[in-house]
Design a protein around this ligand. Structure first.
Ligand code: PLP
Length: 398
């Protein structure tokens, strides 16, 4: 297959072909059902085939698909108003992906200092293990050698410090610094939350030095951690925030949110996108928000997360030879494996349970936020069978 494919060979794909999705389930062409705790990498936030969201997309599809930003798009104003009503932000720019939301965030921060008479302030401090996307700027921001290699000189203006090292952040601040960019919970880096005290300290540092705090909530935002946005756990607000994944529920949609002050430099002509804020995406984004902002929804996320987390912790206690640690926040959980994470992931797949590999030998468990406690328990039961299988295999070869 691999040799015959006309696709770029940039992915190692699992040999699975899903035809349909229903809630937390994916169904293959041959009718086999998989419990989907990958959710397209934290994207299908309100489940597959959510009737409210599907209905909104179909209604919009019958009206108009695309306009461009040459005209006013009422869905944009509506979604932006709702996002700014429930966050720190005053302004929103819509994109089609997470990396584009980060590009906008980086440009907004640099342009702010430029417009204030400081073009020399364009450096952004980031953290090791970060993931901000795959564009030329965002691979430089992420700083991971495996993503930078072979793509020419690393884009300038990104200064990386060790994860969670506040003194290193302080030492990295210079006259050229524009801001600090972090994920409140690193996703691809291995579900590594930044402690709330550290987030608060970063906010203070930014205030002290006139820097912009930029948060990448592409993966941890939109209810994933049990708050609408993960930084709310720390009781602080950023100046700029990138959002994507969960907000589109599976439709390509991202957003860059900013305060009026931070967006000061973004005047007409400074940025743009042909598709960004497309009517179909706006219809879906508004429908996803209907679900996520509904009374009690985040309580549901926190309640199920507790059940799931306790079940995983108990598994970790009973299978220390397979699971080394359970960590994360809400329904953004990670199991650090004692065996290679790919081996555990494969054993889980044999039990028809999907997860996502991450750095630090972690498996991410990111079910749709609509997952029920019973479905979470079903997931635990499948992980247990997978762990049992790995243990039996190890015993047989010992
Ligand atoms: C997925 C992700 C991105 C990139 O989003 P794309 O839609 O793939 O461009 C950026 N930051 C974080 C934290 C992510 O998880």
């Amino acid at each position: 297959m691999a040799d015959a494919t006309p696709l770029y060979q940039t992915y190692n794909r699992a040999p699975l072909r899903f035809e349909r999705g229903e809630g937390v389930w994916l169904i293959t062409e041959t009718g086999e059902r998989y419990l989907d705790f990958a959710a397209g990498v934290a994207v299908t936030s309100v489940g597959h085939g959510n009737p409210h969201v599907v209905g909104a997309l179909k209604d919009q599809a019958d009206k108009v698909w695309h306009l461009s930003n040459l005209y006013e798009v009422p869905g944009q104003e509506k979604l932006a108003k709702r996002l700014t009503d429930v966050t720190f932000a005053d302004r929103v720019f819509f994109t089609n992906s997470g990396a584009e939301a980060l590009e906008c965030a980086i440009k907004t921060a640099r342009r702010y200092h430029f417009a204030k008479g400081h073009p020399e302030k364009f450096h952004i401090i980031t953290m090791e293990g970060a993931f901000h996307g795959r564009t030329i700027a965002t691979i430089a921001a992420g700083g991971q050698e495996k993503y930078l290699e072979g793509f020419g000189p690393k884009a300038p203006g990104f200064d990386q410090v060790p994860f969670g090292d506040l003194d290193a952040v302080k030492a990295a601040i210079t006259e050229a610094t524009a801001g600090i960019l972090v994920e409140p919970v690193q996703g691809e880096g291995g579900i590594r939350p930044i402690p709330v005290e550290m987030l608060r300290a970063l906010r203070d540092l930014c205030d002290e030095h006139g820097l912009l705090l930029i948060l990448d909530e592409v993966q941890c935002g939109v209810g994933r951690t049990g708050k609408l946005f993960a930084h709310e756990w720390a009781g602080i607000t950023p100046d700029i925030m990138a959002v994507a994944k969960g907000i589109g529920g599976g439709f390509p949609l991202g957003a860059c949110l900013a305060t009026d002050e931070a967006a000061y430099g973004m005047k007409p002509g400074t940025h743009g996108s042909t598709y960004g804020g497309n009517p179909l995406a706006m219809a879906v984004g508004n429908a996803v928000l209907d679900v996520v902002l509904a009374e009690g929804f985040l309580d549901h996320v926190r309640d199920v997360a507790l059940v799931f987390r306790q079940g995983l912790a108990s598994l970790g206690d009973r299978y220390p030879d397979v699971i080394e640690e359970v960590r994360g926040e809400g329904l953004m959980l990670g199991m650090k494996a004692k065996v290679p994470n790919t081996e555990l992931l494969m054993a889980m797949r044999d039990e028809h349970l999907l997860g996502v590999p991450a750095g630090d030998n972690v498996i991410r468990l990111l079910p749709p936020l609509t997952v029920t406690a019973a479905e979470a328990r079903e997931g635990i039961a499948r992980i247990e069978r997978a762990a049992e299988h790995i243990r039996a295999k190890a015993a047989a070869t010992a």
